[in-house]
Design a protein around this ligand. Structure first.
Ligand SMILES: Nc1ncnc2c1ncn2[C@@H]1O[C@H](COP(=O)(O)OP(=O)(O)OP(=O)(O)O)[C@@H](O)[C@H]1O
Length: 309
């Protein structure tokens, strides 16, 4: 096995970097020799992973948060979008939110040992095409969840403040959600799911879930499965602000599913666009980062990633 480890020392606001020495010892003792590289800026993980796969890596381990995992997975396809047949992926959590690892379930006291002992299994990836901050069309793979609206605004708030330096991830996301809700204005979105007739829905947020958790521990899509071949799409309809904040605790427990302001859909492809009376820009979010806005198209890639975990 040829192992490449990509480490985002900044993830979890520096916690990953501070723990790297001990973790690298553990990886060495459990999995043997490995090659590694540290990221120094956004986009590095994609570039480093692509180069490692071209050199023949058969296992890529990403160490960091959901943003790092997402970036690493974007290094898997070649220039033609073909995924490598013999390279597997594993994730070691060190980020602020760490929702992908939560979505995997089965927490282990020794995640490195788990990687060593587990079989490889295929999981789905999402692909999103969206409008980037420069106004160009861009596209990216995502591993855990993408979405738009309030969740995009919350990602921007969490990533722009220093609260996550001192607060646990769940609390940082919770506080950012509360403050963002006060500024937020709902919008009308035309949604087309698979080949069904499109519809317009007044809403505050849509989550396109591959994994079950997002937003730093919200059990937002309890029925989502990483290997189901479909997204679980959760829509939070237009709701008064105080009621919205009051409902937040329900989402952490996954107890919001039957609430009248929530709608669920299942689908393999979603196209979402603002209708004319909405504000121009609705922020999107991709694995905890917010690099652009609607219009966006979300597509499931069944079994695209070979996961070792
Ligand atoms: N050395 C670095 N310094 C600053 N930022 C970096 C560095 N390396 C990568 N990044 C950027 O940091 C972003 C955030 O990383 P990541 O999502 O892994 O951690 P997090 O935000 O703490 O965790 P989570 O997404 O689980 O909440 C990544 O999208 C990446 O672009």
């Amino acid at each position: 096995m040829s192992i490449f480890v990509v480490v985002n020392p900044h993830a979890g606001n520096g916690r990953t970097g501070r723990r790297w020495h001990a973790l690298s010892d553990r990886i060495h003792k459990t999995l043997g020799t490995f090659d590694h590289a540290m990221t120094s800026a956004a986009g590095d993980a994609t570039r480093l992973v692509r180069a490692a796969i071209e050199r023949g890596a058969t296992l890529v381990i990403a160490v960091g948060g959901d943003g790092t995992f997402g970036e690493a997975v974007n290094g898997f396809p070649d220039a033609n979008g073909i995924m490598p047949e013999c390279c597997a992926f594993a994730a070691l959590a060190g980020g602020t939110g760490c929702d992908f690892v939560r979505s995997l379930g089965q927490p282990s006291p020794d995640p490195v040992l788990r990687i060593a002992e587990s079989d490889v299994r295929p999981i789905d990836l999402g692909k999103i095409t969206f409008i980037s901050e420069t106004g160009d069309q861009a596209s990216r793979l995502f591993i855990n969840a993408a979405g738009f609206g309030l969740s995009g605004e919350v990602c921007r708030a969490v990533n722009a403040t220093s609260s996550a330096n001192v607060l646990p991830g769940t609390l940082a996301y919770f506080l950012a959600t509360i403050t963002t809700v006060w500024r937020h204005r709902p919008f009308a979105i035309r949604m087309s799911i698979d080949n069904r007739p499109s519809f317009v829905i007044d809403q505050s947020l849509t989550v396109v879930a591959n994994g079950r958790y997002f937003g730093g521990g919200m059990h937002v899509a309890p029925n989502a499965r990483l290997d189901s071949g479909a997204f679980e799409i959760m829509v939070l309809k237009k709701t008064p602000k105080l009621q919205l904040i009051g409902q937040l605790p329900l989402v952490y427990r996954g107890a919001h599913t039957t609430h009248p302001s929530i709608a669920f859909f299942s689908g393999r492809r979603l196209v979402a666009e603002t209708v004319s009376e909405s504000p121009d820009r609705v922020a999107i979010d991709i694995d905890g980062e917010s690099p652009g806005h609607l219009r966006a198209e979300f597509e499931i890639l069944p079994g695209a990633l070979r996961l070792r975990q």
